[in-house]
Write a protein that binds this ligand. Structure first.
Ligand SMILES: *Cc1c(COP(=O)(O)O)cnc(C)c1O
Length: 378
């Protein structure tokens, strides 16, 4: 496997070191607070290319949007400020359409629709990005409740993709009900690649708008994202954000580097040999498992979340009367060692979780060796 983030070359100036900012091996995964993912060299090249040239932002968004739409088989597409920015712009689009007065008025909803329907198990902290437009979230559980909840104030129906297994109303029924009542749908698929086919799947399924993070599994610029879907709604979403000044999305600026970088990240992602990548992740898991399997009471297991972050994660458990450190204490020692290693925040009193997909070449060996040393030293 080539180095995805590119080789960690010797640097002229070690900026983070100068600042006293800790860098670490990412054995966590794509966590925003841990800076999520590294851009591949091709994306960084595009970033540097764009940084040296002026363009009109709307023209670049037009062309990049068309290209991304054709790559993933969507009617239309735009680059947003992350999936969260996509949720705000998408919601605004459903409220205002292309009406200039309505766009300027948000989040004041006087005279506009004001409700978004969501299944109870699909509520998530990120829906603050939807509520920012002024709407109220109306929670339902069953299809009957949903149909009763629809009224002239209903602006949109929201679907949290990874919650599909826990909600009573599944994809097909949700989309059918929305179409029956003429309400646009938005699916939050932020962390839902791999598989790459998901970039096409949910628009094909019939969601009107679909949001992805650009800087998680896609490895685009960390603060970029994608909004895919219906042309009229994407046009309205664009009118609700930067470069237009008097808009709710003005603070959700995406620069030319991010817009171009996002396109190149999508191109690259669709060309990636995902089978080879998966095999590499399994090799990393084995490297770590092999380093600790002989230690007393160690149990290891690989798990793959069904939808979001659907990649191999390693779960390690032990009897804390035999290895006298709790998993959070092990995580702390990993963090405080040299080099620092961040394990998955899913680590709790019962298990240590390691995410291997954001490791760079050679990192798995370092993690394996350190983990063994920490557990043996307990
Ligand atoms: C990460 C995430 C977001 C936010 O994505 P950004 O690209 O960081 O804005 C939204 N929804 C879900 C479910 C996420 O996992």
């Amino acid at each position: 496997m080539p180095a995805l983030g590119g080789p960690r070359r010797p640097v002229q100036r070690d900026y983070f070191a100068e600042l006293g900012v800790r860098t670490f091996i990412n054995a966590a995964g794509t966590f925003t607070a841990l800076s999520a993912s590294l851009m591949p060299p091709e994306v960084k090249d595009a970033w540097h290319y764009a940084a040296n040239r002026y363009v009109a932002i709307t023209e670049l968004q037009d062309k990049v949007g068309e290209r991304i739409a054709s790559l993933v088989g969507s009617e239309s597409a735009m680059v947003t400020s992350g999936a969260a920015g996509a949720l705000t712009c998408a919601s605004a689009a459903c409220l205002t359409g292309t009406d200039a007065k309505a766009i300027a008025q948000l989040p004041d909803l006087t005279g506009l629709k004001s409700e978004v329907i969501v299944q109870k198990t699909h509520r998530v902290g990120y829906d603050h990005a939807i509520r920012a437009t002024g709407v109220k979230m109306v929670e339902v559980e069953t299809a009957e409740e949903l149909e009763r909840a629809v009224n002239p104030k209903t602006a949109m129906m929201f679907f949290l993709n990874f919650a599909n297994p826990t909600g009573r109303i599944k994809y097909d029924e949700f989309i059918t009900l929305a179409k029956k009542h003429g309400v646009p749908t938005l699916a939050d698929c932020a962390a839902d690649v791999p598989p790459a086919s998901n970039l096409s799947k949910y628009v094909k399924m019939g969601f009107d708008l679909v949001a992805f993070s650009g800087g998680k599994g896609l490895r685009g610029p960390q603060s970029a994202g994608l909004l895919l879907g219906r042309k009229d709604l994407i046009q309205a979403a664009r009118l609700n954000t930067c470069p237009y000044g008097d808009t709710i999305g003005r603070g959700m600026k995406v620069n030319k580097e991010e817009i171009l970088g996002m396109l190149i990240a999508v191109e690259l992602y669709l060309k990636t040999d995902h089978q080879a990548e998966w095999a590499e992740w399994e090799r990393r898991v084995r490297t770590i498992v092999d380093s600790v399997r002989d230690l007393p009471s160690i149990e290891t297991e690989t798990f793959v979340p069904e939808i979001a972050n659907a990649v191999p994660h390693l779960r390690i458990k032990w009897d804390t009367s035999r290895i006298k450190l709790t998993p959070p204490e092990v995580a702390k020692q990993m963090r405080e060692g040299q080099p620092s290693i961040e394990v998955n925040p899913g680590t709790d009193a019962k298990q240590l979780v390691i995410g291997v997909w954001m490791l760079e070449p050679g990192d798995a060996q370092v993690v394996a060796k350190r983990l063994r040393a920490v557990l043996k030293g307990a």
